[in-house]
Design a protein around this ligand. Structure first.
Ligand code: AMP
Length: 176
């Protein structure tokens, strides 16, 4: 199936000029959800992934399923103030202002092989902060970053590749 057909586009959400790519329609379609999880995991079968790190919140749904598929552990990367134990944080730029994501300081061990998962990469700010957290604080080996959707015109996947991260995406949409 062409996964593009099961992603709903919502114009001007959450701000005028943004075309929101809603994956709840994909998640609610059993065949599409299975296909997306299998295609996200496929390059990493047998690659010795220790942990999948998922970015809150849609990265939890996909990342949890991919971790199961790869028989890997799962690490939640959460918005500021949500994790109960000691954390490391990395900040990143938003359209207006900055935000932070956090990881438990014992979530990954030095040298562990980690796959990063989120639903979509746009400017790459969120994913690059996640990579910084995992590499700098966790001293993890990032073996790749996988997303269902790439918005290539926003340049995030290119920046992540420039950072030396192998990026895998399933579908792309033009524009912002
Ligand atoms: P960015 O940091 O700009 O790469 O944005 C990526 C994060 O914001 C991901 O967690 C996405 O779920 C969300 N996001 C950004 N732009 C969109 C969009 N057009 N539609 C849906 N989600 C988006």
């Amino acid at each position: 199936m062409d996964l593009r057909t099961v992603v709903r586009a919502i114009p001007d959400y959450p701000h005028p000029g943004i075309m929101f790519r809603d994956i709840t329609t994909l998640l609610g379609d059993a065949a599409a959800f299975r296909q997306a999880v299998e295609e996200l995991a496929a390059p990493y079968l047998g690659a010795g992934v220790d942990k999948v790190a998922g970015i809150e919140a849609r990265g939890f749904i996909l990342g949890g399923a991919v971790a199961h598929q790869l028989s890997a552990g799962f690490v939640p990367l959460r918005k500021k103030g949500k994790l109960p134990f000691h954390t490391h944080a990395a900040d990143y730029e938003l359209e207006y202002g900055r935000d932070e994501i956090e990881m438990h300081l014992d979530a990954v061990q030095p040298g562990e092989r980690v796959l990063l998962i989120d639903d979509l990469i746009a400017t790459g700010g969120t994913a690059r902060a996640a990579v910084r957290l995992l590499q700098y604080f966790g001293r993890a080996e990032i073996i790749g970053a996988a997303f269902v959707i790439d918005l290539p015109d926003l340049g995030g996947s290119a920046l992540l590749r420039e950072d030396g991260v192998a990026v895998h995406t399933l579908i792309g949409f033009e524009g912002a």
